[in-house]
Design a binder for this molecule. Structure first.
Ligand SMILES: Nc1nc2c(ncn2[C@@H]2O[C@H](COP(=O)(O)OP(=O)(O)O)[C@@H](O)[C@H]2O)c(=O)[nH]1
Ligand SMILES: Nc1ncnc2c1ncn2[C@@H]1O[C@H](COP(=O)(O)OP(=O)(O)O)[C@@H](O)[C@H]1O
Length: 204
């Protein structure tokens, strides 16, 4: 029987670098995992591709997905909705694939309740000045939105207490390395592997 894949939840305050770290992990293929493509009512940014970065949908379609229980979790963030389509996640885990969710802290809290076996990784900024600097230099938000994101970030950092691991995103390479170590360790946790050894002993 195929062992279930690991559900990896990467979260943390907006602007900390979740999207950047996820992209680096996807590009470097440091270990094998699938990532969940979220649904959002936000408008695409230049270069973003529908079905790859997000499924960009209308407000009506998003509400329909909620009503039909199509979403594992969802959240509103700075005026837009974001959610994780449930069916593909379930299917990939069943096939034994590790699945990465890159979601905000409210979404992560919902997932923790529904899928407590997930591996919850909190990405932190080195400090709040650096966080603001990253949001400003990304250049995608107005001053008003930046102020809202920073206010939210202060609250969000304290939500770290619900997570299994804290990873500092000082450099992307360091963050990716730490996440890789966490995933490798999670793969060999005894509760996860013991059945293989029971079978080995019994068959011998
Ligand atoms: N709950 C939840 N949050 C999401 C999902 N997809 C993206 N987010 C989060 O929504 C927030 C805003 O995302 P986005 O507009 O792409 O901006 P950025 O991540 O700050 O570049 C970020 O904190 C994302 O991690 C999702 O499916 N569910
Ligand atoms: N380790 C890092 N060092 C410097 N800048 C970074 C680092 N990680 C991300 N950034 C930059 O910070 C900004 C926010 O990153 P992003 O991935 O959009 O954050 P999030 O998805 O958490 O909101 C981007 O401009 C990105 O290039």
């Amino acid at each position: 029987m195929t062992r279930q894949g690991l559900l990896l939840v990467l979260s943390g305050p907006s602007g900390v670098g979740k999207g950047t770290v996820k992209s680096a992990m996807v590009k470097q293929k440091i270990f094998s995992f699938e990532y969940s493509v979220s649904m959002t009512t936000r408008k695409p940014r230049p270069g973003e591709v529908d079905g790859k970065d997000y499924y960009f949908v209308s407000e009506d379609r998003f509400q329909e997905a909620i009503a039909n229980n199509e979403l594992l979790e969802y959240n509103s963030y700075v005026g837009n909705h974001y959610g994780t389509p449930l069916a593909p996640v379930k299917q990939m885990l069943k096939e034994g694939k590790d699945v990465l969710l890159e979601i905000d802290v409210n979404g992560a809290r919902q997932v923790r309740k529904l899928m407590p076996d997930g591996v919850f990784i909190f990405l932190t900024p080195p400090d709040l000045h650096e966080l603001k600097h990253r949001i400003v230099t990304r250049g995608t938000d107005s001053d008003q939105v930046i102020a809202m994101r920073m206010k939210q970030a202060r609250k969000e950092i304290l939500m770290m207490q619900d997570y299994d691991y804290a990873v500092v995103n000082d450099t992307i390479a360091n963050a990716v390395d730490h996440i890789k170590s966490i995933v490798e360790a999670e793969h060999v946790r005894v509760p996860r592997v013991i059945d293989d050894y029971r079978n080995m002993v019994e068959e011998d």
